[in-house]
Design a protein around this ligand. Sequence first.
Ligand SMILES: O=C[C@H](O)[C@H](O)[C@H](O)COP(=O)(O)O
Length: 238
Amino acid sequence: MTQDELKQAVALAAVETIKPYLGTGAALGIGTGSTADLFIDALAPYAREIGGTVASSERSAIRLKKHGIEVLDLNSVRDIPVYVDGADEIDHGMHMIKGGGGAQTREKIVAAVADRFVCIADESKLVNTLGKFPLPVEVIPLARSYVARQLMKLAAEHPMVEVNWRLKPDGSAFMTDNGCVILDVKGLSIADPVELEGRLNQIPGIVTHGIFARRPADVLLLGTSTGVRTITAASHTK
Ligand SMILES: O=C[C@H](O)[C@H](O)[C@H](O)COP(=O)(O)O
């Protein structure tokens, strides 16, 4: 199976996890990315039964609305029973790196509100140690150089560390939905994601970064060549 077929399979599996909420008025949390796009498309037939959605990006909001699915302002929503989103990497403890599409800040907020985080990913995303995928760090523009210098201090533990300002193909700065820039940190090997998440949270100028360890996924729907595996941190054996 191709990677796209695996993503399609997990997107369809994720629809099953939200079916109990159809017709109940509950708001669903919707992630961002190519896997989340397929999930959004798979929701289209249920548009009239969905009580509303909270989108983690403008991109996902536009796609949801195209399918006639209502998008709510998070400020008007108190409870989100389930949040479905992809990941760039996920380890065996359900910790993730996210933000390849630059959406990690809104994703972390919606995930924090949600009771349950269902991660949908193809098998290439499951890793023993996070860090091969460059860690996206969203930064207030005026703090970019300062934060880059602070991040370079990670070289004490990660000798290969490299910090790159994310640019668009035309050479202009990639800007997030929040008007911020992204620094991508290469060369990490994250032995303790909970500790590093907390440490990076302390650097002034960082809005959010892509380590999701303090709020890991509850369930991973993993697309493999032999079918979709349902994995939880407790159930998982390497
Ligand atoms: O900012 C983007 C998000 O964190 C995505 O969930 C992540 O990059 C995975 O995206 P994809 O499903 O396209 O691999």
